[in-house]
Design a protein around this ligand. Structure first.
Ligand SMILES: Nc1ncnc2c1ncn2[C@@H]1O[C@H](COP(=O)(O)OP(=O)(O)OP(=O)(O)O)[C@@H](O)[C@H]1O
Ligand SMILES: [Mg+2]
Length: 219
């Protein structure tokens, strides 16, 4: 599903990512852990095409068989919208839109039929136990509820991969556990692939693979 080779990144003369390679299979849940500043977010942003690696002859990033380093900006935006889902520590829902609208936005951007998108968004929200919250605004939901809306938003276009950066970092223990269970359910039911940066030991140990980063490399 993901084949990354020789990814590096520098900020000025600081090397933040140092020749990282990895492969991730469909349906795998991979956890990336490591100390603060190790380069986890930088790697996730590059894998998620939100940032670019150092251009060199050997750098390679294939996602779902697409060579994303070769895509132009517009093609990349379309690819990201259709193929990738994102969940961040702070849900980043749009405050002036309801739960249902937030979930539908990536589908609208993909020019999908409005009523179909809404129907699917409602089904997803129901699956995530949020049927009673579809017309609530983010400020009217708990942290765990907001994060589940963010999960539904990440899922709406049936992405090949979901990238999550500290998805439970802002949640209480119970909500975090529920969110983690949900990731595994989505994997078991739909074969959803996840790459998750986390400081949560429990989640990292449940993952199919735990990759430890230190100084811009895997240990
Ligand atoms: N835009 C930037 N400009 C300069 N330095 C940056 C930039 N982004 C990140 N860095 C540096 O790169 C290093 C790695 O940052 P990164 O955010 O990837 O760490 P992290 O492993 O996600 O840490 P944390 O667990 O605290 O989120 C840090 O030393 C950081 O200061
Ligand atoms: Mg980080």
């Amino acid at each position: 599903m993901i084949k990354a080779k020789h990814l590096s990144k520098q900020f000025g003369d600081l090397t933040v990512l140092n020749d990282v390679s990895l492969q991730i299979k469909k349906g795998e849940i991979v956890a990336i852990v490591g100390a603060s500043g190790a380069g986890k977010t930088t790697l996730l942003q590059i894998l998620g095409t939100l940032d670019t690696p150092l251009k060199n002859a050997t750098a390679e990033l294939l996602i779902d068989e697409t060579d994303v380093l070769k895509l132009k900006d517009k093609e990349l935006a379309v690819f990201r919208n259709k193929k990738l889902g994102f969940i961040f520590q702070f849900h980043q829902l749009l405050p002036e839109f309801s739960a249902l609208e937030n979930v539908c936005i990536p589908a609208y951007i993909a020019n999908r039929n409005k009523s179909e998108a809404e129907k699917e968004a409602k089904e997803l929200l129901a699956y995530l136990g949020l049927s009673h919250r579809i017309n609530h605004f983010p400020s009217e939901m708990s942290g765990g509820e907001q994060q589940r809306v963010a999960v539904a938003r990440a899922l709406i276009n049936k992405p090949a991969v979901i990238f999550a950066d500290e998805p439970s970092g802002n949640l209480d223990t119970q909500s975090a556990e529920n969110l983690h269970d949900l990731f595994f359910q989505l994997r078991d039911k739909f074969g959803q692939t996840f790459v998750i940066v986390t400081h949560n030991e429990e989640l990292a140990n449940l993952a199919d693979r735990k990759l430890v980063m230190s100084d811009g490399k895997f240990l």
